[in-house]
Design a protein around this ligand. Structure first.
Ligand code: 5AD
Ligand code: SF4
Length: 453
């Protein structure tokens, strides 16, 4: 038995991939450990989306070098791998900069892991960052039933990978490649497998999840809305979510699903990035601020209580003070329940990185502080408005304080209640008593359901 430690950075796609790597290595005798110190194989599953995310990898590798040397002195071998999007983007450079690294492989190679690790074990330094011609979804390692149970009642399921939209700030089209949809029958089979092993909430993931399309059994081309309807029929699946969506791919059927499908949770992450039409155009977003606001209106008409979440970039090259104010106005107009916001970070190889009119760092910081203050206020307002309501909470784990358990509301808020631990894994009605900026406190408001039909 060998011990595997995987550290995950970045998005849900990476979280999903980390589990698939563990699944791929299980037949080779690797069991996952929560401690890096005694691992035989350490994998850093990296993110390249912003500069800071990529830098973290090199500082972590610095720490690992010390650890590997210690282990070496004790006569123990520790193998080190860099996976994920930094690996894909700068594989050879990692090998040069960090001699501690034995293996570098990109997201398209995870199914070949046992072979890659065996080669490294024989002393080779392995780089695998090619895009193979074959379909990666064909080879996705499956989780064993006990693994699924161990991972709990919620799960991610990849339905789509990659992106063809080419926003001018973004590395994803280069690290994850072109948009590919996973075939319907594979998705349904995985959903059934997850549900059959206790999972009651599935989040469909993809960089451009709402661009998913595939051949349906009726001979028609299905889009995400139809897929959600199909998955809602899987016995045991009480909750469905999907992320991340591009405004351009929110079609009528998907919007209607938010009205018609009880299992589809009222939460939508719908990044807009900026509020100025000139900046949106320079970002190559292919929509205006007004288009986005109209879309939000249609979504809210279908599901009035939906919690909207977004991503924002401040200080995109050439963004003036007035253009930034347009972002603030758009946020005021929409009213977000939750959001992520970032300073623009030039990513090598992307069109905007070479623009001459980069915004000064101090200016970016000021804008970000103002935007985050507004978004935090909106998040608090959304949470406070839940006080007094009864919402269904999927209890997932023990709470921070003893005697408490914690879970998620339909709106993806963290909720704590005082209740026995045997309610973990069930969906219970909870009356929200008080709300903080990041979580809610509530009390049990009746008997729950097993979450399983
Ligand atoms: N700089 C800053 N933020 C970025 N994002 C993507 N690329 C960049 C970049 N170069 C943000 C976007 C995206 C989220 C995942 O990360 O807001 O939606
Ligand atoms: Fe980061 Fe994008 Fe890679 Fe996810 S897909 S890990 S966000 S670079």
């Amino acid at each position: 038995m060998k011990k595997l430690f995987v550290k995950t950075y970045g998005c849900q796609m990476n979280a999903y991939d980390s589990d698939r790597m563990a699944d791929a290595l299980a037949p080779a005798g690797f069991v996952t450990t929560a401690e890096m110190d005694d691992a035989d194989l350490v994998i850093l599953n990296t993110c390249h989306i912003r500069e800071k995310a990529a830098e973290k990898v090199y500082s972590e590798l610095g720490r690992i070098r010390g650890l590997k040397t210690e282990r070496g002195k004790a006569g123990e071998r520790m193998m080190v791998a860099v996976a994920g999007c930094v690996a894909q983007a700068e594989g050879a450079e990692i090998m040069r900069r960090a001699p501690v690294v034995d293996m570098v492989f990109g997201p398209q190679s995870y199914h070949r892991l046992p072979d890659i690790v065996a080669r490294a074990d024989n002393g080779a330094r392995v780089i695998e960052t090619e895009y193979p011609a074959e379909d990666k979804f064909e080879h996705l390692p499956e989780a064993a039933p006990d693994k699924i149970r161990e991972r709990g009642r919620t799960a991610f399921l990849t339905v789509q990978e990659g992106c063809d939209k080419f926003c001018t700030f973004c590395v994803v089209p280069y690290t994850r490649g072109a948009e590919v949809s996973r075939p319907l029958d594979q998705i349904v089979a995985e959903a059934e497998r997850l549900a059959g092993n206790g999972v009651c909430e599935i989040t469909l993931i993809g960089q451009n999840v709402n661009a998913w399309h595939g051949a349906g059994p009726d001979g028609r081309e299905w889009t995400l809305g139809r897929l959600l309807h199909r998955l809602a029929e899987v016995p045991g699946l009480a909750r469905l979510r999907y992320t991340t969506s591009h405004p351009r791919d929110m079609d009528d059927e998907l919007i209607a699903s938010h009205r018609d499908l009880g299992a589809l949770m009222p939460y939508l992450h719908l990044p807009v990035q900026a509020g100025s039409d000139r900046i949106l155009d320079a970002m190559n977003r292919h929509h205006t601020a007004a288009d986005y606001l109209r879309l939000v209106e249609r979504i809210r008409a279908a599901r009035p209580d939906i919690a909207l979440s977004g991503d924002f970039i401040v200080g995109f090259p050439g963004e003036t003070a007035a253009e930034f104010e347009a972002t603030m106005r758009l946020v005021e107009d929409v009213g977000y329940a939750q959001a992520y916001s970032f300073k623009y970070s030039a990513r090598p190889g992307t069109p905007a990185a070479d623009a001459a009119d980069q915004v000064a760092e101090a200016e970016k910081s000021d804008r970000l502080a103002r935007l985050q203050e507004l978004l935090t206020r909106q998040q608090r307002a959304f949470n406070t408005a839940c006080a007094g309501r009864v919402v269904d909470v999927l209890m997932e784990r023990e709470g921070r304080k003893s005697g408490q358990i914690a879970g998620r509301s339909p709106y993806l808020q963290a909720v704590q209640i005082e209740a026995p631990a045997d309610l973990i894994g069930t969906i219970v009605p909870v009356e929200i008593v008080s709300a903080g900026p990041n979580s809610l406190n509530g009390r049990l408001a009746g008997a729950g359901t097993g979450g399983h039909a």
